[in-house]
Design a protein around this ligand. Structure first.
Ligand SMILES: [Zn+2]
Ligand SMILES: [Zn+2]
Ligand SMILES: [Zn+2]
Length: 434
């Protein structure tokens, strides 16, 4: 079982994912005009409004599809409402006037992200075309850029890595590599995974730490709960149900490595059978969970998408997956100093966005749901519609975005306390806005 973690900094965005996994991600078709006509699911939601209502909360605006760009639009909508990320841009965190790259007439992806924020929070409700941003991202991500099908998760990681490459710096001025990096990507999304490998011959434990920007989870297919007597809104073919908590249990469960994966033990000084267990030492302010729905078998030479329904909670307590909890369970209640942020304030999360993928490996469409002031909205490229919780729960989640509860609660309050960014467009008041 491959557990995904991200090692930074690096030009390549995809950590320990195999080439096969990357290839099949590429093959996923995102929306085109034809899909709108063919997709039944497109019209299965109660559409109250085809564009943005003037009474929708600030920052809610459609994004035009620029040719198979729903992978990008869906992620941008989530990032536009990620509390600390949003606050950074809306409060002039990256100043257009002071940007060295811009004054030298060079492309700056971060200036272009800034421009997307300005436009989306300008008060204009007509769908926006993030063409300059897309062009800029293409220039920075030559290995990913093309009109071919793209993957929303790859785009997300590539965008954060690009921000880090351009802005990564520590407090003492050196180039940051994660934990101490002050770039907005790391300040918001950086977390730390702990991996304990126990030698099954002598019991020696070797511990390593890996930074992450998101956590990729396998679906808990073999461990899902049987639903008894309870109707699932959208169930998979064998009537069992996967849950996000089940996936997190699977991720942090001790795993016996196969005899072909024997690891070198420092104490025995030879390769031994070992037991590996992951846990989380530091949680980021915004926790992004990526569900591995796309599989490739080199033996069978087959790629497939797992359409399985995954139940996810709106409030998420990550305490059971912290290194402190895992080690306490392993050793009993002896006192440990784990060095991570382990208090309740850091481990309670609220959901604020979900990126979903519907359709098949070859032909599919990304849509996101964002949660603003206790109301959910469906962002389907240019179309923004109000939806109920059941619609969100029934969706086929691909990426789930959680914010630390205190950040989420603060963000649900009025945005008027935020200072205007120097690069922000003039806010256009809308008469009669409810
Ligand atoms: Zn800039
Ligand atoms: Zn950084
Ligand atoms: Zn050993």
């Amino acid at each position: 079982m491959a557990k995904h973690s991200m090692v930074l900094p690096q030009g390549s965005a995809i950590g320990n994912e195999s080439i096969g996994q990357r290839l099949i991600k590429r093959r996923r078709l995102v929306s085109g005009v034809g899909l709108y006509l063919n997709s039944k699911s497109k019209f299965s939601f109660p559409i109250k409004d085809l564009r943005g209502k003037t009474c929708f909360p600030e920052g809610l605006r459609g994004l035009n599809n620029l040719g198979s760009t729903c992978f990008m639009n869906s992620v941008l909508q989530a990032l536009l409402h990620a509390p600390p990320f949003r606050d950074y841009f809306l409060s002039g965190g990256h100043s257009l006037e002071d940007c060295k790259r811009r004054t030298m007439n060079r492309l700056c992806l971060i200036c272009d992200i800034n421009a997307v924020f300005s436009a989306m929070y300008s008060g204009d409700r007509n769908p926006y075309s993030p063409a300059q941003f897309l062009y800029s991202w293409w220039q920075h991500s030559a290995n990913l850029a093309s009109y071919e099908q793209q993957d929303a998760h790859e785009f997300f990681i590539s965008m954060l890595n690009t921000i880090h490459e351009k802005e990564g710096i520590t407090r003492n001025g050196s180039k940051g590599n994660g934990g101490d990096c002050q770039c907005i990507a790391h300040r918001v999304f950086y977390g730390l995974l702990r991996s304990d490998v126990t030698c099954m011959a002598c019991g020696f434990i070797s511990t390593t730490y890996d930074p992450f920007l998101d956590i990729s989870l396998n679906l808990d297919i073999n461990n899902s709960l049987r639903e008894k007597g309870k109707k699932v809104t959208k169930s998979n073919e064998d009537d069992s149900m996967s849950t996000l908590l089940g996936c997190l249990d699977l991720f942090t469960r001790p795993e016996k490595l196969g005899s072909d994966q024997k690891l070198y033990c420092q104490k025995c000084q030879e390769r031994q059978n070992s037991l590996k267990q992951m846990s989380i030492t530091k949680l980021p302010p915004v926790l992004t969970l990526h569900v591995k729905r796309f599989e490739h078998s080199f033996v069978k030479k087959l790629s497939r998408k797992i359409d399985r329904y995954l139940q996810f909670p709106f409030s998420l307590d990550m305490t059971p997956y912290l290194s402190s909890s895992i080690l306490r369970a392993r050793y009993g209640n002896r006192i440990f100093n784990f060095g991570g942020n382990e208090s309740d304030a850091f481990s309670k999360f609220e959901i604020f966005a979900v990126v979903t993928h519907s359709g098949t490996l070859e032909s599919g469409h990304y849509v996101s749901f964002v949660r603003l002031r206790k109301q959910w909205y469906r962002c389907d490229d240019a179309w923004i519609t109000e939806v109920d919780e059941a619609t969100v729960r029934a969706s086929q989640c691909y990426m789930i975005f959680y914010a630390q509860k205190t950040l989420f609660n603060n963000a649900s309050e009025d945005l008027s306390h935020l200072p205007n960014s120097p690069g922000r467009e003039v806010f256009i008041p809308i008469a009669g806005c409810c």
